[in-house]
Design a protein around this ligand. Structure first.
Ligand SMILES: [Zn+2]
Length: 70
């Protein structure tokens, strides 16, 4: 039987804390991957304010070519 770690496993083993993407403090399990809810909210607000481009798929209509439209 092998004891190799399973990649993609959702179970988080105790390991080195990951740095918070916002302030680079060690993250906590409760707010992973952030160090706190505050930093999580900072990241969330950045999303909501549109700094991240969220592609909206509006090509459903274009996926239906109708040459007899006229
Ligand atoms: Zn932080």
């Amino acid at each position: 039987m092998t004891d190799l770690p399973h990649k993609g496993n959702n179970v988080e083993p105790l390991r080195k804390a990951r740095a918070c993407p916002e302030c680079e403090k060690p993250s906590t399990r409760a707010s992973y991957p952030f160090c706190s809810e505050r930093c999580r909210n900072v990241d969330l607000n950045r999303w909501l304010s549109g700094s991240y481009a969220i592609p909206v798929t509006e090509e459903e209509e274009n996926l239906n070519p109708s040459p007899d439209g006229e």
